[in-house]
Design a protein around this ligand. Structure first.
Ligand SMILES: Cc1ncc(COP(=O)(O)O)c(C=O)c1O
Length: 485
């Protein structure tokens, strides 16, 4: 009998053991020194595809060849999010404890759709989410579920918000109804695009999203929210939901959640809070006030895969209204009926049936670093960002473009005598491109009130002062070289 029959068609366990050790060794070396690779991949579009056969192998290949190709073909096409010089978007970390959790979750390969399809998946998820809730200082009435991303968490939350208005939308849909005014939801002009996408998916439509202007510090203007809701009601809209953000995507600004919550209470609207990035700041005692008012939210999302050192993907959605959430989503066919009473069947909490064992890696991360260890790591990122912001402020010819509540700094090179926005954008784009070509750091950009901003997001565990120094040196060097003289 060949080995495939002996091992039910899978790899020989001894070969797995040998290759597994080799892979773990590779990961350990990688985590130890990801900076030996250029942080931003240097391949051109199509380069990777051109090296891959267009048709699949007919015959089995030795795994060793596959691993060789991983290094030879795949790795050059990787932009290294684990590189300490990764400062683009929101920098993240695949921490070692999180990777171990992810490996074991893959090995178990359980599907946590029902309590009985793995009781530990459901119960660990409930407990770890309750730990995180306590770590953030949110009330015990908040119950959670893990999804893949904040986009999906918010979609699920906004579906619950839509369900909460009790207009039989679940049964009858939205289209062609004369008994139902058009629904309206609110967010700010700084809100992440996932909220608008959710509106598209939920049949609210982009016109059903009203973006409230933000103030000089990119926070939603609560006074304008209130007048917008009043105006909409007068014009026949049916307002149902407001999304506030703790840590907006461009500048990490914090909306006035308490004031917004008060308006939502008066107007009987669902309050969803997007804390995808900034929510974890609640773990740090001196930053806890950033979550002021979040205890009044109807739903709240925070992503451990952003700033809590948990490998992507892992997003936590909390709500005070599990009954509404399950009313929106529970649909149990005969073949999924189970007899257990008083258990959570997470398939009733969202769109997907099959669910990965994501709480395992989060449990590993929280236990391995401890709450104080996590707080210290987040605090350190904020310290590094505050120090960088101070350096930007001191540097002639540079201008900071937003306050720094957490660990992201937005700024631009603004030489004396150049005030044309298009010229400043060209200059700063060139600086950014030159810096990113170095391979040492990777930064991204945004636009703030029409002004092009270079953005440094500190969020990787391995980013230290020296890596920020390198980014800042490169920026000043290229600014000097590119500035018109
Ligand atoms: C504030 C905010 N919300 C939501 C998201 C979307 O996150 P995800 O990629 O988990 O869907 C982001 C992404 O950066 C974000 O910054």
């Amino acid at each position: 009998m060949d080995t495939h029959h002996q091992h039910a068609g899978d790899m020989d366990p001894e070969e797995f053991r040998r290759l597994g050790k080799q892979v773990v060794d590779w990961i350990a070396d990688y985590l130890n020194d990801a900076s030996k690779y250029p942080v931003l991949s240097r391949v051109k579009p199509g380069d990777i595809r051109a090296q891959l056969p267009a048709v699949p192998p007919t015959q089995a290949e030795p795994m060793q060849n596959v691993l060789t190709d991983f290094e030879r073909v795949v790795l050059p096409g990787i932009t290294h999010w684990n590189h300490p010089g990764f400062f683009a978007y929101f920098a993240i970390t695949g921490s070692a404890p999180g990777i171990l959790g992810e490996m074991l979750a893959s090995a178990l390969n359980v599907n946590g759709m029902l309590w009985r399809t793995s009781p530990a998946v459901t119960e660990l998820e409930e407990v770890v989410l309750d730990w995180l809730r306590q770590m953030l200082g949110l009330p015990g009435s908040f119950k959670g579920v893990i999804t893949d991303t904040a986009s999906v968490s918010s979609l699920v939350a906004l579906a619950a918000a839509r369900e909460s208005i009790q207009r039989t939308i679940r049964e009858e849909g939205l289209a062609g109804r004369t008994d139902l005014p058009r629904l309206r939801m609110y967010c700010s002009d700084q809100t992440h695009s996932s909220i608008e996408k959710a509106a598209i998916v939920l049949g609210i439509g982009q016109q059903g999203v009203r973006k409230i202007p933000s103030d000089h510090a990119f926070r939603m203007r609560a006074d304008l929210l209130e007048s917008a809701i009043r105006e909409d009601r007068k014009n026949g809209w049916l307002p149902f939901c407001v999304t506030a953000t703790v840590g907006t995507t461009s500048t990490t600004s914090i909306d006035p959640v308490r004031a917004i919550a008060e308006i939502c209470r008066r107007e009987a609207l669902w309050l969803h809070v997007d804390g995808a990035y900034g929510g974890v700041a609640g773990i740090v005692p001196e930053l806890r006030s950033a979550l002021d008012g979040c205890e009044l939210a109807d739903s709240f999302v925070v992503n451990p895969h952003k700033w809590l050192f948990t490998p992507i993907d892992c997003s936590c959605l909390y709500t005070r209204h599990v009954d509404v959430l399950t009313q929106a989503f529970s649909l149990v066919p005969e073949y999924l009926r189970t007899a257990e009473q008083g258990v959570t069947n997470y398939m009733d909490w969202g769109v997907q049936l099959g669910r990965r064992f994501r709480s395992l890696k989060l449990w590993f991360v929280i236990r391995s670093f401890g709450v104080e260890g996590l707080a210290e790591r987040i605090r350190n990122h904020c310290r590094l960002a505050a120090d960088l912001a101070a350096r930007v402020d001191r540097e002639p010819g540079f201008e900071r473009l937003a306050p720094v509540p957490f660990s992201v700094v937005c700024f631009r090179c603004h030489p004396a005598g150049i005030d044309d926005e298009a010229a400043l954008e060209t200059l700063n784009t060139r600086i950014l491109n030159a810096v990113n070509e170095s391979g040492d750091v990777f930064l991204s950009h945004t636009k703030l009130n029409g002004r092009y901003a270079i953005r440094i997001a500190i969020g990787n565990l391995r980013s230290r002062q020296e890596h920020i120094d390198r980014a800042w040196d490169l920026i000043r060097h290229h600014a000097r070289a590119l500035e018109p003289h």
